[in-house]
Design a protein around this ligand. Structure first.
Ligand code: FVH
Length: 297
């Protein structure tokens, strides 16, 4: 069979919000026969005009294909949409953002209904979907066999990364990555606030910020090495003692610029606590132990 005539796996997709529609367009463009359902039928109109089959009910959509993808608002909406639907023999891939506990419970729920289950966490915004090189990807966890079976189809909208058999892991990685992102957003908010009252074009700070954050990002590998090896002083160039000595500079500058230190305070408090416990030769890894509540040996 010539490569361009290889049959593409048919996909059923439940949910045509911003993300669901982007997913639908990506599978459509790649030639996967697609059946969609959305609670509000009007949202499917454009896709119907583009050749997608629109099912009248979630049950009809699920009955159409073995591979069923859900991309709904939240875990409760998945339960509501599939409440009376026969999932026997289906490969359910749930891309709805959930907590790890919700994902694990949803996996058990799907298994009890005779379905195989993969959970997903989308690390992309809709414009990144179906755009190779845009940097978006989707985390998957749950059945490894299911991931392997559908790997090529799942890689169509964005890169597919499998993170383990525990169905909750995709959600956990998702929240971990997004939490780090919010930390970055908090830091950049403080940085822009510092220059706000000066005659400084924010556009002149932006490239410096982007380059600096990019230069600092690889520090996560040292942190991982510390956590694995247990020696939090290994390879440390900027000790906790030195960094805590610099804290007044940050707080005084914020005050002088009329900027609230409320985003900095919690992190500085943890750094000071760790130093007070006698860990001045470390870098910043020990803060993780304080957050997690573990007591280092
Ligand atoms: N959009 C984004 O930037 C983020 C990127 C990262 C991943 N998220 C997650 O993706 C899920 C879907 O997000 P979305 O952007 O498509 O969300 P909406 O545009 O708000 O569409 C929500 C869809 O869910 C349907 N829905 C809501 N409640 C129910 C229900 N009880 N039963 C059935 N369907 C339901 C809704 O239907 P309708 O309002 O049109 O009738 C939409 O199809 C989400 O988990 C993000 O966290 C997106």
């Amino acid at each position: 069979m010539a490569p361009n005539t290889v049959e593409k796996t048919p996909v059923t997709l439940l949910g045509l919000g911003a993300m669901g529609t982007a997913l639908a367009r990506a599978w459509n463009a790649a030639g996967h026969p697609l059946t969609v359902w959305n609670r509000t039928a009007a949202r499917a109109t454009t896709l119907a005009g583009e050749g997608t089959r629109v099912a009248g009910t979630a049950a009809d959509a699920v009955a159409a294909n073995t591979l069923v993808v859900t991309c709904l608002l939240d875990d409760a909406s998945v339960g509501q949409a599939l409440a009376d639907v026969d999932l026997t023999g289906r490969d359910l891939v749930n891309l709805t953002t959930s907590t790890p506990a919700q994902a694990r419970a949803r996996a058990r729920w799907a298994h009890e209904r005779g379905a195989r289950y993969l959970d997903g966490g989308i690390m992309a915004v809709p414009p990144m979907i179906g755009v190779p090189g845009a940097g978006g990807y989707i985390l998957y966890s749950g059945s490894a066999a299911l991931f392997e079976r559908h790997r090529d189809t799942l890689a169509v909208p964005a890169g597919a990364t499998y993170v383990g058999a525990d169905a909750g892991f995709a959600a956990l990685y998702d929240v971990a990555l997004l939490s780090a992102m919010y930390g970055m957003f908090a830091g950049t908010a403080h940085a822009f606030a510092l220059i706000r009252s000066e005659d400084i074009d924010p556009a002149s700070l932006a490239p410096l910020l982007a380059d600096w954050l990019t230069a600092m990002a690889p520090s996560v590998h040292q942190t991982a090495g510390h956590l694995r090896g247990g020696d939090y002083t290994r390879g440390v160039a900027s000790t906790l003692a030195m960094q805590v000595a610099g804290v007044p500079t940050f707080l005084d500058t914020a005050e002088q610029q009329g900027v609230s230190p409320e985003l900095l305070h919690p992190y500085f408090a943890l750094m000071r606590r760790r130093l007070a416990e006698g860990n001045g030769a470390e870098g910043l890894t020990g803060v993780i132990d304080l957050l997690h509540g573990t007591k280092p040996a």
